[in-house]
Design a binder for this molecule. Sequence first.
Ligand code: ADP
Ligand code: MG
Length: 248
Amino acid sequence: MSQPVIEVNRVSKSFGGVVANHEISLEVPQGKITGLIGPNGSGKTTLFNSIVGYHPIDAGSIKFKGLEISELNVQKIARLGLVRTFQQTRIYGKLDCMQNMMISIPHRTAAWIDMFAKPSPKTQARAEQLLDFVGLYAKRRLLAGSLSFGQQKLLEFAMALMNEPEVLMLDEPTAGINPTLINGLIDRLRRANTEFGITMFIIEHNMRVIMNMADSIYCLAHGELLAHGSPEQIQNDQRVIDAYLGAH
Ligand code: ADP
Ligand code: MG
């Protein structure tokens, strides 16, 4: 058993009268790929937002490497090594790929002017190396807005890697991507896990993708934790099947 790197304990979060998360407890083990699934509106994104410090939680505890982080803000948590990507792509279409890579480093985003200063050769080399890793090296001087949607997702993934995360939380990384490009993205996600040792926590709507990638999977329904197990266990769990069928 690997050590949990994220420990969520009885976390609740409401928006007005809507209980988005009710006493959720889960663990993300170090070095593994953990999946989070559930029908639309079941509270997956809310839980991610709570973990990364995007909004305060109503109750419960969230630990990263044993440290309570539920009171810390996004920047502090990112600096500890816990980084997330968004369901909606957040790249700057009017900047080229290399410039997008530069502004993705947290301490540089604060100083807008910094973007026009020349980055250190080390930073530049790292950006080029990561663009090569996701297959965008040849397009590094093209405007991000001119890339296909799938390529923009790959750029966003490379941008997240610029932060040298220990844990990467991905919110529906394959959403909207052409099925033929999905395999390339899955391969890069897997390699980031095996070659860079990055622990992954992934919200994924595509069952084929998450069943193939995850070591274990949590399933939410109506803001509550419904099930946890191996992909095989989850796939055959009647409660999970019912939750999905009930959602349609
Ligand atoms: P999922 O990511 O599983 O689709 P969400 O976490 O986005 O689900 O949403 C869970 C519930 O919380 C939904 O009912 C949604 O409408 C509500 N919700 C999420 N974010 C907000 C918000 N900022 N304000 C109000 N309600 C919200
Ligand atoms: Mg969501």
